[in-house]
Design a protein around this ligand. Sequence first.
Ligand code: NAD
Length: 362
Amino acid sequence: MPKICVFPGDGIGPEVVREALAVLRTVEEVSGRRRFETEEELLGGAAYDVHKVPMTEKALALAKSADAVLLGAVGGPKWDPLPFEVRPERALLGLRKELGLFANLRPAKVHAPLLDASPLRRELVEGIDLMVVRELTGGIYFGEPRGVRVIDGVETGINTEIYTRPEIERVARVAFDLARKRSRRVTSVDKSNVLEATELWRRVVTEVHGREYKDVELSHMLVDNCAMQLIRRPKQFDVVVTTNLFGDILTDEASMITGSIGMLPSASLGGKVGLYEPIHGSAPDIAGKGVANPLATILSIAMMLKYSFDLPAEAALIEEAVERVLAGGFRTGDIFREGPGVRRVGTKEMGEKVREAIRKRP
Ligand code: NAD
């Protein structure tokens, strides 16, 4: 039986993970095709409180031995004063590195019933369905030399943007493979007019395309233009592939145009084990109140079924159920707008509505 390592984490993490796992059980029940074993471990601040480290050896071993990892969120003000090495967020960096997760996939999809939640005009956002593939383990976040030192008597901050051919090739392949399952269009985003590391990026992506993926349409865009185009005409994009730094910024921009952080799932791939998590954090301001939106985590389970277990029909069961629940007017606080037929629900009720919709699928 495939095994899922579960890290509920901190803040609203455990609340949303509980609902997502219950949805997985309903999918097992309804589809009858596969069953999953799940095993939980502490991670982040919750692990620090007990073990004085944000990720124990045991937790890491569990993640490595599993077939996929589900994560809630880590962090919170309680742990902010801790030294950098034991901060909850270190567990995430460690996990990505140890699992070799070099590609972060963040879909930004607008759900029709939530069109008014976007800060952009309705006609601009209607039908947005794009996927940003962000390189996750290279680039300026890891490049050497780095640091702050005094050079010739002047205090100087240094970071290094660095990409090797193999690093670019492997993330490009993830993007092209994904595009083949979507509408076969990839936009590679760089700053090749100024940064040599991304001049190589553009050249290597073009080569991989010419050699292996001629059936996919490839275009290139400078990052400043892409930031603008995401607001001006977001529907032009299907798969966007970019560096760690540019991806960090563009994924937040892309998620904002869809309206709510509580709706968006993510997947990190590359090694043997994929990691799935909502894009939001631990939301300490609403933790324990039972009002968090569990849909991002529930949709992360759908991504897991699709990408780690090759069960697209089961993933679709979840995605379609979420659409129907939203169309039925059910909203958690973060996506609630007063209106006819709209009802505010809490975390548990939202989870239950999704499970009900899966059981009663048309
Ligand atoms: P956040 O995403 O936790 O919260 C931002 C805002 O969005 C808050 O007002 C919150 O209430 C709301 N929100 C987030 N998720 C929601 C949901 N599912 N339903 C309803 N509302 C939701 O970001 P933040 O406040 O900047 O960070 C809080 C903590 O989370 C920090 O310690 C940060 O380091 C951590 N964090 C962790 C991750 C992760 O685990 N991957 C990611 C981002 C932030």
